[in-house]
Design a protein around this ligand. Structure first.
Ligand SMILES: NC(=O)c1ccc[n+]([C@@H]2O[C@H](COP(=O)([O-])OP(=O)(O)OC[C@H]3O[C@@H](n4cnc5c(N)ncnc54)[C@H](O)[C@@H]3O)[C@@H](O)[C@H]2O)c1
Length: 260
């Protein structure tokens, strides 16, 4: 039931990281892909899928605009005829540290890309999505509670949590499920400065030490969860946020006894 043969999937933020890993996995499971990103590396993602024998088109565009999303949707319909899966994944941090002087413009830009973008994508695919469609958005553990990102980023991801809950309910009876993944710390271009800094200081072994699995995650570990949520294997999972974070969000802060 995790097979995606015959389905068409749209993946945003697919130039690298979690989006690329998910697009590659969905293609291996049989889906035809339309991958989109504001970066030109998105064409490489599509090329990788085609080189492996899959079907993929790439669109270089801002996916937080009506026009950009319209192009992606039209590409999917022209090339593959249907839209069965949407993975609204594109996102930005807007900086790595919490600040109390973030400007209105900077805050609004993070909300535009991280929250409005997924909404535009959801609204745009719905007229073309039949019974059995699946939508997955990328939230974050930062959207579940404080401590994992800057203020606008965390607020935007909390908004994504509400977005999947409210759209799932608004779609009652349509046969379309809407869920989110909430990744913990994953090694991608987004977190590259953190990994580079830790490695330069010889402290790579400290990454992920706050979660009980005691390591950071890899993009494919998020892709596996997204592919599940997008597949018929998740047919009774709706309006949920699946944390894929090594257990980070399952616990309260504590001092482990081995460090006392
Ligand atoms: N890496 C982590 O630790 C982590 C943790 C939690 C959530 N996330 C979320 O996962 C998602 C994927 O991030 P990633 O970690 O793979 O990093 P990433 O930077 O590799 O991926 C994000 C992609 O989104 C694209 N993008 C940004 N704004 C865009 C726009 N307006 N239009 C089109 N594309 C745009 C970027 O170009 C980039 O390729 C993001 O939503 C991010 O917030 C990441």
């Amino acid at each position: 039931m995790t097979d995606l043969t015959g389905k068409t999937a749209l993946v945003t933020g697919a130039a690298g990281g979690i989006g690329r890993a998910t697009a590659l996995l969905m293609a291996r499971r049989g889906a035809a892909l339309v991958v989109a990103d504001v970066k030109s590396d998105v064409h490489r993602t599509a090329a990788m899928i085609r080189e492996a024998g899959g079907r993929a088109e790439s669109v270089e565009t801002d996916v937080a605009t009506d026009a950009g999303v319209a192009t992606i949707v039209q590409t999917a319909l022209d090339r593959f005829g249907t839209i069965d899966i949407l993975f609204a994944n594109a996102g930005v941090t807007g900086g790595l540290l919490p600040r109390l002087d973030t400007t209105t413009e900077d805050f609004a830009e993070v909300l535009r890309i991280n929250l409005l973008g997924p909404w535009i994508a959801i609204r745009s695919v719905l007229p073309h999505m039949a019974d059995g469609g699946a939508i997955v958005c990328t939230a974050s553990v930062a959207g579940l509670r404080a401590g994992a990102g800057p203020i606008p980023y965390s607020a935007s991801k909390a908004g994504v949590v509400s977005l999947v809950q409210t759209t799932a309910m608004a779609l009652t009876g349509r046969g379309i499920r809407v869920n989110a993944v909430a990744p913990g710390l994953i090694e991608t271009p987004m977190t590259e400065p953190l990994y580079t800094d830790a490695r330069a200081k010889g402290r790579e072994d400290r990454i992920g030490q706050l979660n009980p699995t005691r390591r950071g995650g890899q993009p494919d570990e998020i892709a596996q969860a997204v592919a599940f949520l997008a597949s018929d294997a998740a047919s009774y999972v709706n309006g949920q946020v699946l944390a894929v974070d090594g257990g980070l969000s399952a616990q309260l802060p504590f001092t482990p006894k081995w460090s006392l």
